[in-house]
Design a protein around this ligand. Structure first.
Ligand code: SF4
Length: 380
């Protein structure tokens, strides 16, 4: 197998493209793909486009041209994550569980706290990541709706991330010893496959994701940048707690590029103190404060990579050029503004999923399918 090395030298990247081609060429398999938010604002760079060029529609056409049976959006999984995570945050604010609640959608961060802070395993959200939530829903709800045998479905993911490959194989995230996501490729690997297939990326027409699991809101797009996950959760938590419409959805105080940021958000008569960190050195400082009892945050978002997933190890190389990452970040916020719906709970297909299958957020079934647990490891 061909291997490449992560730009941060933290991980070795196994090239999964040959395995994916084999699945795509196997007529007995129904091969579907999901794509993470950060991919759409960076993959154009592999084809000579400027950093920050939004190519969502071309990316969907490109994936169809490779032969996937359905093209779904990890953004749908992000909207689903918010339904569960905002519910969990509200429960903890009401005294059911420990504060602060930490976001848990970054597998490099999850691995870090399992090794370094095994005494704090009850503070991260129990929500699976958007990638794994969507994979789980494809192998259950989608399989039932389409009459397909889950064993015949191959779920592929295109991720900005090397750690997502290991995440997909975590035993805690599999169901009955079967992976919910079968194969993960990075943004760069997708670029390789498209070049092997001689796809003229920039000239492709714009097309839409497949319905059912392809519709998403602006809240899910901003998962791609530091601060976005917690902003998306606040948009939904605000409306659920106050029963008022949130008119201004842009929480500028949660945005930016500083390694550690602090902000307050008023929800009804409560003022939430939010912490945000990107980079594991910065995360450590916030975790140490929780450990020694000096932290006063209600919720903390942590992403391992610079800028969040837009700066992930599977993205086109940025060679530490912050301008490139900032252009991708600006594109993420533009993509959010381009959306008609910008709060996860307004996604009509998410509402349908709960109506038809999951019941309500944090229901028994939602817990069984969409939540996980953490295991403390010996310190490395
Ligand atoms: Fe992966 Fe980096 Fe995003 Fe974490 S921040 S999920 S390691 S790309």
């Amino acid at each position: 197998q061909c291997v490449a090395v992560c730009p941060t030298a933290a991980l070795t990247e196994v090239n999964n493209t040959d395995r994916l081609w084999e699945h795509l060429n196997d007529p007995s398999k129904h091969v579907v793909v999901q794509v993470a938010p950060a991919v759409r604002v960076a993959i154009g760079e592999l084809f000579g486009l400027e950093p920050g060029t939004i190519t969502t529609g071309q990316m969907v056409s490109a994936l169809r041209s490779l032969g996937f049976d359905a093209v779904f959006d990890t953004d749908f999984g992000a909207d689903l994550t918010i339904m569960e995570e905002a519910s969990e945050l509200i429960e903890r604010l009401n005294g059911k569980g420990r504060l602060p609640m930490l976001t848990s959608c970054c597998p490099a961060w999850v691995k870090f706290f399992e090794h370094q802070f095994p005494d704090l395993l009850d503070i991260p959200s129990t929500c699976k990541s958007p990638q794994i939530m969507l994979g789980t829903i494809i192998k259950t709800y989608y399989a039932e709706r389409t009459g397909l045998n889950p064993a015949d479905i191959v779920v592929a993911s295109v991720m900005p991330c090397l750690a997502k490959k290991a995440e997909a194989a975590r035993p805690e995230l599999t169901k009955d010893h079967n992976n919910n996501v079968d194969i993960v490729i990075t943004t760069r690997e997708l670029g390789l496959m498209l070049k092997e297939a001689s796809v003229d990326y920039a000239a492709l027409p714009i097309s839409d994701f497949d319905p059912l699991l392809g519709e998403s809101t602006g809240a899910s797009v901003i998962f791609g940048t530091t601060g976005g996950v917690i902003e998306a959760a606040i948009r939904t938590a605000y409306e659920w707690v106050t029963s008022e419409t949130l008119e201004k959805v842009d929480f500028e105080q949660l945005r930016g590029f500083d390694g550690i940021r602090e902000a307050t958000v008023d929800i009804g008569d409560q003022t939430l103190k939010i912490g945000i960190a990107h980079g594991l050195g910065n995360a450590r400082k916030l975790l140490e404060a929780i450990r020694d009892g000096s932290s006063t945050f209600h919720a903390i978002e942590i992403m391992a990579c610079p800028g969040g997933c837009i700066g992930g190890g599977g993205q086109p190389y940025h060679h530490g050029n912050t301008d490139i990452i900032k252009k991708r970040q600006a594109a993420i916020y533009q993509e959010d503004r381009n959306k008609v719906l910008r709060k996860s709970h307004e996604n009509p297909y998410i509402q349908q999923l709960y109506r038809e299958y999951l019941g309500k957020p944090n229901s028994h079934k939602a817990h069984e399918l969409l939540h996980t647990y953490y295991i403390g490891k010996e310190k490395i």
